[in-house]
Design a protein around this ligand. Structure first.
Ligand SMILES: Nc1ncnc2c1ncn2[C@@H]1O[C@H](COP(=O)(O)OP(=O)(O)OP(=O)(O)O)[C@@H](O)[C@H]1O
Ligand SMILES: [Mn+2]
Length: 534
């Protein structure tokens, strides 16, 4: 118990240790933890759950926090129907955003999100601030202000309090994550992305679809992807995944989902209503881009840019008449400072309308992959499974490659970049995305436990994602994910957990471990006798 509190991150006052929640997550067989029978009321399910009282008490605490922050809080007493919330299918339709927000707050307060690894050694930070430079070298130092038009004078020094949020973000990237769970800078960073004045907007080369790089007065930069279709439009069934449009809301939702899963491997993304005239056309120095602006027959300002697909008048993106929804992702450190390596996915789709890929035909495909570097050592295989689970949940079939930071070699997290083709269909679950998990039967213990947590009514994945997305500025215009997409998440999460259960049954007694224990250093968090079960 003592060791649990020492492993918690210092961002909050320590919570009372709750080892029994972890123990229950590991022990309960999935069907009773995750799904309740339709006959059961939410209340019954909550009462049956051992962590109910705890969640309730905790929620009470958070009620205060929320009202302290000036957020509306309904009533003074906990309404347990509301808390169980959101499952209109099971009775009461009483569903409030407040109760979803409480769930999200409770989730992020859970010990499973506060597991600290060993301290981070110097070499495990991606970048570091150069030590003091001699006055003679100063003139060539990067951070001396160039006083360019539209940009602020730079007054940063080696003290982090003088750094703008984007720089803090870059300096906070480590071997295993892009930012830490409690990092207060993420809020500052997203706030800025959503509101800062745009100083420059130019096309980003590479990739197949139109995107821009926007720059801000503090020298921060973001990757801009425009809205191309209505949020609730489902991808045409006759379209192959590789011809699918990218969706700005998918980029935004992927960031939130990745964070909810506890990965933190997607650079922060926000939504923003961009004035295509003031914030792109009038300020761009990109002549090729400027040439593609036109006014549509109904008076909307449109542009299409230059790219290898969908960059033509027929596929122009248009403001209404000037406001255009877009996603803005914070840029990673420049490649000259932190080069990245691109890896071809072993389960890459064939990208042909007629050919099948090897993994679709070879029965024992995973055993080959498991023997092939870098999947044969370290955490690469389970890191890959983490990504597969994210992709299955949001139905992203387009993960042909993934990237890592060169500096960290093979022992590092995988960047989950380019999520624009996720959340295209809610009425279909694309089982083939889960093939790697089905074929390899391997999953990180911490991931598995968090997934189980997210299947409990008081932390339900759809509810916490709905809550998280409600904080984005575009939520004012319309919810970023339509309800059927959120409902699909609950269904797909169940499928992932069932797949793991099936794997466990399949490998019981054959010596093959399904659960990869990445929590060895925090083994005191879960009581020993039960670890034997998993
Ligand atoms: N936040 C980011 N910061 C820096 N570079 C990024 C970021 N996101 C993506 N990139 C880089 O930009 C490239 C293109 O981005 P992305 O894959 O999102 O666009 P795309 O048009 O969908 O490309 P493709 O059609 O090849 O899939 C990526 O390969 C990646 O290396
Ligand atoms: Mn793409």
């Amino acid at each position: 118990l003592v060791s649990l509190s020492t492993y918690q991150q210092p961002c909050d006052t320590p919570l009372p240790p709750r080892t029994h929640i972890l123990r229950d997550l590991a022990r309960t067989n999935y069907t009773s933890a995750g799904i309740r029978s339709p006959a059961e009321t939410p209340n019954d399910a909550m009462k049956r759950d051992s962590s109910y009282e705890e969640a309730k008490n905790e929620t009470k605490g958070h009620m205060l926090t929320l009202s302290d922050k000036g957020l509306p809080v309904k009533g003074s007493k906990i309404d347990s129907v509301n808390m169980a919330g959101s499952s209109g299918r099971y009775g009461s339709r009483a569903k409030t955003l407040e109760s979803d927000l409480l769930k999200l707050e409770a989730l992020f307060d859970h010990p499973l999100y506060k597991i600290l690894g060993p301290p981070i050694p110097q070499e495990d930070w991606l970048l570091k601030v150069k030590p003091k430079v001699k006055a003679s070298e100063k003139s060539s130092q990067m951070w001396v202000s160039a006083s360019q038009e539209g940009y602020e004078d730079v007054q940063w020094n080696s003290s982090s309090s003088s750094h703008p949020p984007w720089l803090r973000f870059h300096l906070g990237i480590s071997r295993w994550q892009l930012y830490s769970h409690c990092d207060p800078n993420v809020e500052a960073l997203t706030q800025q992305l959503a509101t800062q004045r745009v100083v420059s907007a130019v096309q980003k080369s590479g990739g197949t679809q139109l995107k821009l790089v926007m720059s801000f007065p503090d020298y921060g930069q973001a990757m801009f992807k425009p809205m191309k279709q209505e949020r609730d439009e489902e991808t045409n069934y006759n379209l192959y995944y590789f011809s699918d449009f990218e969706r700005h809301n998918a980029e935004i939702a992927a960031f939130h989902l990745d964070r909810i899963l506890g990965y933190r491997r997607i650079p922060p993304v926000v939504g923003r209503l961009v004035d295509v005239v003031k914030e792109i056309k009038d300020i761009t120095t990109d002549r090729k881009l400027a040439q593609t602006f036109f006014t549509s027959p109904v008076g909307n300002v449109c542009f299409y840019g230059q790219c290898s697909y969908y960059c033509s008048t027929e596929h122009a993106v248009c403001g209404r008449p000037r406001g255009l929804e877009a996603s803005l992702a914070v840029m990673l450190p420049d490649l000259s400072l932190a080069s990245r390596r691109s890896w071809r996915s072993p389960w890459r789709r064939s990208y042909s309308r007629s050919k099948l890929a090897k993994w679709e035909t070879e029965a024992d495909y995973c055993s080959t992959v498991k023997k092939t570097p870098p999947y044969d050592k370290g955490t690469r295989l389970v890191d890959f499974m983490d990504m597969v689970i994210l992709d299955f949940l949001m139905s992203n079939m387009d993960r042909h490659h993934y990237e890592t930071f060169e500096k960290f070699g093979n022992d590092t997290f995988l960047l989950h970049l380019d999520n624009g083709r996720a959340f295209g269909r809610h009425s279909k679950d694309e089982r083939s995305i889960l093939a790697p998990l089905e074929q390899c039967c391997r999953i990180r213990r911490s991931t598995w436990l968090r997934l189980r947590l997210l299947s409990l009514p008081q932390y339900r994945i759809s509810d916490v994602l709905r809550a998280s997305l409600s904080r984005d500025t575009l939520h004012k215009i319309a919810p970023l994910l339509a309800e059927p997409h959120l409902a699909a998440l609950d269904r797909r999460l169940k499928t992932v957990l069932e797949t793991v259960s099936r794997c466990q049954k399949q490998h019981r007694g054959d010596g093959e471990e399904v659960i990869y224990n990445d929590m060895a250093y925090s083994k005191d968090m879960v009581e020993q006798p039960h670890t034997a079960f998993v």
